[in-house]
Write a new protein. Structure first.
Length: 92
């Protein structure tokens, strides 16, 4: 449960702090937006989890594919004994 509630808190803090649409509101109004954001994101997560067509597995597969595409070439270069160029490391 700690991962799920942490992700909900990160999503709602990103919603209220990073989106410029909500920057004009005071802290009390942002707290209410955050509360409704938690409810909205929790309902969205519940709908995605209730969908029984394997979408969670597909999302995890895409995430691991992106992870492998980002770090795979660097790992191969590291195992081959060659240092990757600095411009490559700066992109990670």
């Amino acid at each position: 449960m700690s991962t799920a509630d942490s992700q909900l808190l990160v999503l709602t803090s990103s919603l209220t702090e990073d989106i410029s649409l909500f920057s004009k509101y005071d802290e009390k109004q942002k707290a209410w937006i955050s509360r409704f954001g938690v409810i909205g994101f929790a309902v969205l997560a519940l709908v995605i989890a209730a969908n029984d067509d394997g979408s969670i597995l597909a999302m995890v597969g895409y995430a691991w594919g992106g992870f492998g595409a980002a770090f795979g070439p660097l790992m191969i270069l590291a195992y081959a004994g060659k240092a990757p160029p600095k411009r490559v490391l700066s992109q990670v």
